[in-house]
Ligand binder design. Sequence first.
Ligand code: MSP
Length: 508
Amino acid sequence: MKRAFYVTTPIYYISGNPHIGHAYTTVVADVLARTARTSGPAYFLTGTDEHGQKVANAAAAAGTTPQEWCDELVPRWQKLFATYHVRYDDFIRTTEPRHESVVQRVFERLRENGDVYLGKYEGWYCVNDETFWLEAKLVDAKCPTCGREVQWISEDDWFFRLSNYRDRLLQYYREHPEWVRPKSVYNEMMALLEEGLEDFSISRTNFDWGIPIPGGGGVIYVWFDALLNYISAIGWSSDPERFAAYWPASVQLIGKEIARFHTLIWPAVLWALGEQAPELVFAHGWITVDGQKMGKSLGNAVDPFALAERFGADSLRYFLLREAPFGSDFSYSEAKIAQRHNSDLGNDLGNLVRRSLSMLLKYRDGVVPPGDAVASEVGAAVAALPQRVRTLILSLDFRSALEAVWELVVALNRRIDDQKPWVLHREERDTELDALLYDLCEGIRWLAMLLHPVMPERTAEMWRQLGATALIDADWDAALQWGGLPSGTRVTLGDALFPRIELDAAGS
Ligand code: MSP
């Protein structure tokens, strides 16, 4: 079996309603999986992180049990992803038996081989981040990540022998300088490694909303439980063939605040199990409001459903990938979304489609004429574009990938302006007009396919207007040969693809 491109998102805490930050990582993973599928198999996993004190507290505050709370909230996440046209292959919930049994098996395995041992834990704990902190790391005696109060915990706990893996981690980091990206996060983690690593507690006894420790003695720490979703979902220890087809993951996407768990603890746990570290962990930046991370806790979260209604989910997907280099923080503003929507999508892309199809309807009754694929300059110029776009996307440079696609958008618009089809028509230069109209339609076909991973729904509408009958998500290498659109195809003009949004109304 060809090894699939395996991409994961963090699994989301369901302590409240989802916001646009949650949609962000999942949309990016979707774009990666859809792009990888244009040349081979891919597998995309997302899901929800349902145990731990944070979720238990949220349930208690709502006067319900944690399980009922989770069952009620999970559909909101699934609705969020559906609204944003995300097509995952699997959605894992950490309360599912298929996950719980793996976590218990891992615990037992590591206890047997000595990587997990019983010790005493005393220290500071932040419930919001479900994280233990050394006193020296606290800021004004509060959590250095979220600024909340921390609580003192003292209990007999099971520990994971992380300190044993420090040397191997150091060596791995040195030999694989690209395995954690961006570089800023790699450097930060390297600095932590150089400071030294302490064993960490992986059990809790002061509350019971978690996976029971085999043989009793409390529940398993939520982070230890959560990380294992990436392998429980693909059949670790239950389906070795399936597991081998996916693991190690090609890309694990995370927000930068959870890099420590994914790039220090996670590889060590995998090694303790005799498995490989993921190929790449990419820690992206935050969507910020007034310089602060958007989130429920700061009360600055933006409702992703309202946003999708207002701008269109595909315009938002485009915005999230195009606006900032992936990895950096970027500040959220409705004016910027409207600007991208109106300018790149409405004026450049939408108008290209509209102008081209209207001319085809006017001059050729809406039927694609024969072109001259061999002589086409645009055709020759874009021959290497699919490969270039795919490489840029799979190396997570979404911005450059979209800029590359826009070269085709610009080239086609320029051809209309330069060749003036209305003049060709008036002067009855039919062969030239046919060649131009063909190239425009073929160009639109290419754009629909190349942009499909980023805007699955709007490009499907482009496809429909174009009258294309082949599959829009077909293998690019086979389908993207200039001349692939059959002459005789009948187009139809639909509503504007990206109707203008007034800046004032969008809160500029
Ligand atoms: N449950 C843990 C992850 C466990 S993974 C084994 C968790 N959950 S979370 O819901 O708090 O956050 C999950 C992810 O949501 C972040 O890592 C990040 O990818 C995304 N984001 C949450 N807020 C965000 C922004 N304001 N901006 C960008 N991404 C954001 O941590």
